[in-house]
Design a protein around this ligand. Sequence first.
Ligand SMILES: C[S@@+](CC[C@H](N)C(=O)[O-])C[C@H]1O[C@@H](n2cnc3c(N)ncnc32)[C@H](O)[C@@H]1O
Length: 387
Amino acid sequence: MPFDCLDLPWRTAYPALCEWLDSLSLEALQAYKASPETLAEAVKTWLPEAQQLVALCETNVNQAERYQTDICHESEANYDSHLATGIPGRKWAQITAFNRAISLSHQGSWLEWCAGKGYLGRVLSACRQAKVTSLEWQPALCQDGQAYADQHQLSMHFVNGDAFAPESEALVSRCDHAVALHACGDLHVTLLRHGVVAKPQSLTVSPCCYHLIRDSHYQPLSVLAKQSSLSLSRHDLKLPLQETVTAGQTVRNKRIVEVSFRLGFDSLQRALGHSDSYLPVPNVQKSLLSEGFEAFCHWAADKKGISIPDNTDFAAYLRQGETRFLTVEKMETLRTLFRRALEMWLVLDRAIYMSENGFDVEISTFCARELTPRNLLIKATRKAKWN
Ligand SMILES: C[S@@+](CC[C@H](N)C(=O)[O-])C[C@H]1O[C@@H](n2cnc3c(N)ncnc32)[C@H](O)[C@@H]1O
């Protein structure tokens, strides 16, 4: 937990590695964070396994349908323009990429698990003239999605329901193909579990939010992962998500200010004897940050019921905050080596589970990381002997 550490926690175990990290500027740290391969090369003297770890995260880019001549796959410009209505640009790009990764030859009925407004379902339905059932928890999203489908004569049917409810299993039994784009943690795992029982022809899942699980610790799915000694808390499971590859420089600069303020306030509250461990404060209106560090401290102290003495040297605490920000960045840089590796381990557990239960499985990336860092795709196709 980097915010809790006042210094690098590996000073004694890895003194030379820490010295090297200390020698890096913020710009250099950010550059290493953006390039795990370069980082692995740079730290190989101290962490020889880093390069292997990064290499194990390589995946195929999904090209399967790229050159298909169908109007929906040929180029994004050829999608019926109305299909993108109301869909934010980045989401639309993810959806068309996801659609491209699925064979057009898949015939039959589709289930869209945790559909939101059914953006993916509408593209699947339009491109394949297919029947799509979209399961979604929020009634308003179902209404919006159904209204759109009816207006455009798409064969979509929204089911307003809970993916965890026993009756949702029947939806998996009734479909030929199931998809889930960014259904969180236990939600997509539930789909895979139902898939193993119902054996549809295919399941295509892009997982996200691995930490959103009901148990306190990760419950491996595959026989293989169950044998592992790796025990992952919900906090551990957040690691793959704690990166901001899609943020621009302005967002990054604002983060530097906000995190330095938070850490500076934390140093102040520690000095006042309030708490020995990191004291989180709630989300802050970004406009407050432009009022300066002192104003931020008064706001945060008010939230936490702390009184700040009149003679407080705010400039000194801000300097401490800025130093601690750099320390956090050093820790975050090294954590970069483990983010994708942990995600890959979790995705492999899902893939192996499907493979152990009658499916051929492929893991690929369906779009660039800049579009979404959650770009891994698990495609499970029922093995021939089950057909
Ligand atoms: C991250 S969104 C993804 C939506 C959509 N697949 C997309 O990519 O645009 C997750 C969706 O799952 C829905 N959801 C959450 N819990 C659910 C549950 N228990 N049953 C069904 N849907 C649920 C949410 O309402 C939300 O629309």
